[in-house]
Design a protein around this ligand. Sequence first.
Ligand code: SIN
Length: 542
Amino acid sequence: MGPAPRNYLAACGDGDLRYSSYDVLVIGGGIAGLTAAVGAARRWNVAMLTKAGLENTTTFLAQGGVAAAMGPFDSPELHFADTLEAGAGLCDEEAVRLLVEEGPERVRELEHLGTRFDRRAGELVLASEGAHSVPRVVRAGGDATGSVIGSALIQALISGSRVEVHEGEFVLDLLIADGRCVGALSLGPEGELTVSLARAVVLATGGAGQIYANTTNPIVATGDGHAMAWRAGAVMRDLEFMQFHPTALHSDENPTLLLTEALRGEGAWLVDGAGRRFMEGVHPLAELAPRDVVVRRMKEVMVRDGVDHVELDATHLACDFLRERFPTVHGGLTERGFDLCRERIPVSPASHYYIGGVVTDLWGRTSVPGLYAAGEVSSTGVHGANRLASNSLLEGLVFGDRVVRDLDRLLERAEPSVRKVKLDLPTESRRGNDQAATAAATQRLRLEMSRNGGIVRSRESLQQALGHLAELEAELQPPGCAATEFEFYNLLTIARLLLVAAGIREESRGVHLRSDFPERDNEDWQRHVRARLGWDPEVVAE
Ligand code: SIN
């Protein structure tokens, strides 16, 4: 595949550049970025750049909760086994070990910081979700866990730490000097360009669910961090693995409303148009089977019945309970004219979590010196080929904290502060594409990915998608200097990488389903697909 031109994001002319300098620059303000920024600011001079408001993150939309072995019948050992089982043979066991062992302490710290997790008679209430062998999911505000945690962390960021926060700052690219990441170039709300130099950069930009037409991810989830890490030459991994959530409201909204897996944990059923449960007999856990198993069966039922959705049935559960336990879902459905208590709700799978990302070691260090990655943009190896439900907030907490601990060691060794960097920006100011053309191209890309690069793929469909994306790009002018254009090119970069990686993995495993290779093939494919700009070929099976 053709790489995106290295400097395409900077065709903004060579007007006045503003310079700032920090010890640590955090890009992104979800749970991983907030954890890293609040922790690092205890000792260091930290800035955070977010392209939207601090509350406009995937973290804020998280409903289910944080998986952590904190219950009387649970143990890190059990959580470890469940994570590996869900991960379909590709988890990094060392990383999973750290996740499950350090997780409970990170949850307790969040509570000390002011997060009010749901408790009954003083004990944490633990929810059941898919593929967990015991109730393990710590929750807050019923199904509002992400916003409760996010708000507590933002409070700590704003009131208790000295982090310089810049909202509405779109990072165009990472700055690399002598092979080291030394900061980032960003476009501010008034169109001003800023060079933020830093001794270390933490990439925490979240996911890329917006490459598909149906997604639970907010519109900001355009894979910017993935794409800028790619352009900076970081090693990437598992880019073929996009997790689809089984129960998103079947609608044209962007994003569409998530109907948390915890609903099924409380007894809601998945049924076909005739009201028949279809997960019984497919897996011993029925509706609470691992997500990939549920999505696969849903697709079979939809194809069998010639429909584009199935239904979630909670009508046998008490209405007072549903209203109180699931205020976000209940309220969201009511706003849209649905009655969770009295009717079956149309649902279909929607892109939800990008497993693929920037490879890190156990301390969040990427292959580019000076660059860390944490949260969804990273590939720590804990999710394998299918993430266990509610392990992602946990990963953001655990690895966000590990980044902080490593930063302390790195910065103590007094790496020299960077004062100047040769930027080599193009001086031209390109006109680019108007907003309507960019929006239309973005929508075409998303539809194409859903049609030919989505839940079920084949060599033919992947090649078609690559061809259509090339045609789409050829119809556009090279980008000018607008955030929406950069988002489109970031989506395009990641969509292509996903398609190429998906074409290389000739088997079906976890969230990756190939109609032309329907079986899991441990003999040939118990391995990862990696990618790096400049390798030949750029995307390759290990
Ligand atoms: C959910 O609430 O179903 C989402 C949990 C997750 O994706 O981890």
